[in-house]
Design a protein around this ligand. Structure first.
Ligand SMILES: C[S@@+](CC[C@H](N)C(=O)[O-])C[C@H]1O[C@@H](n2cnc3c(N)ncnc32)[C@H](O)[C@@H]1O
Length: 295
């Protein structure tokens, strides 16, 4: 069978760009090769592997889990079933942190990423800051899952920033060594968290919707949170507050990725622990509040 014949066989079951991507993944060639060479003959094993993946795709298994890769801020990240697939809206964090750093030329920061997943946030920031010739930044990345951290470390090696990032397995900030690091840090801290924030009450309804069906293949621990989706953030704010109470010189700028409808409830939660906090919300491409920045 050649490429054209395979596309013809599958195009009514799986959308065309995805078939092309799965073929290009198997052949280790780029998409333009696939479109330019419809006559290219596929061997038995290539067809078997591509069709296996097409069958999985029909069952809504996310494409990134089949190709084991997802692009984030222009770089490819390894992903597997133990990690959330990085989302384009999370790039808003990168843009805003880079803006903060560029506007404060002389400051040196410790950048903490809580719930790092594939490591996409600290790795991207480390790469971008290196390109800006800012090499004095320290990074700490944490996750509650050991298997997830393994993926993040693999990505850090792939992108040659392993020496810039320290990894900790920790439930939020509870790991004692991590807590010490934060307390002893002389630098100002940028704390980033894209923790699970999808309202657990919406789970059953969301998983029934066609466009959200793929969510059931991502680890539940990466997505859902109770208390209208804000339980993780609430606990984290409380832990930040404890650190600030023990060391009143600590300065944190905090970035939380959120769902737009959480704006008021999150504001209330932050004000509950930090009545004088300055809180701003940044909008995503759809014009909706997607990022909460507070200090
Ligand atoms: C929404 S995913 C975000 C992954 C990645 N930061 C990104 O932006 O693509 C949330 C991550 O938080 C981790 N996580 C969940 N509960 C946690 C906790 N209590 N402490 C630390 N990490 C947690 C999950 O394992 C998961 O990797």
């Amino acid at each position: 069978m050649n490429i054209q014949e395979l596309l013809k066989k599958w195009h009514e079951k799986v959308n065309l760009p995805e078939i092309e991507l799965l073929i290009s993944h198997e052949l280790n060639k780029n998409r333009s090769f696939i479109t330019a060479h419809p006559e290219y003959k596929l061997n038995f094993w290539q067809i078997k592997k591509i069709e296996n993946n097409l069958k999985k795709r029909q069952k809504n298994i996310p494409l990134a889990y089949l190709t084991k890769e997802k692009e984030f801020y222009g770089r490819a990240f390894f992903v597997n079933k133990n990690t959330l697939i990085p989302r384009p809206e999370t790039e808003l964090i990168i843009e805003n942190v880079l803006e903060q750093v560029e506007n404060n030329e002389n400051k040196n920061y410790l950048i903490l990423d809580i719930g790092t997943g594939s490591g996409n946030i600290p790795i991207t920031l480390a790469k971008e800051l290196r390109e800006l010739k800012k090499n004095d930044f320290k990074f700490i990345a944490t996750d509650i899952s050991k298997k997830t951290l393994k993926v993040a470390k693999k990505n850090a090696t792939r992108h040659k920033v392993k020496n810039n990032i320290q990894f900790y397995k920790s439930d939020l900030l509870k790991n004692k060594k991590l807590k010490e690091k934060i307390k002893n840090a002389e630098k100002e801290i940028i704390l980033i968290a894209n923790l699970p924030y999808v309202n657990e009450n919406f789970k059953n309804d969301l998983l029934k919707k066609e466009k959200s069906k793929a969510l059931k293949f991502e680890p539940a621990t990466t997505l859902w949170s109770n208390d209208e989706g804000l339980n993780h953030y609430d606990r984290l704010i409380q832990e930040i507050k404890e650190i600030c109470d023990q060391n009143n010189k600590k300065v944190f700028t905090v970035y939380f990725e959120i769902s737009p409808e959480q704006t008021n409830y999150l504001t209330k939660k932050i004000k509950n622990y930090f009545p004088n906090a300055e809180i701003i919300f940044k909008k995503d491409l759809a014009g909706l509040n997607r990022l909460c920045v507070w200090k």
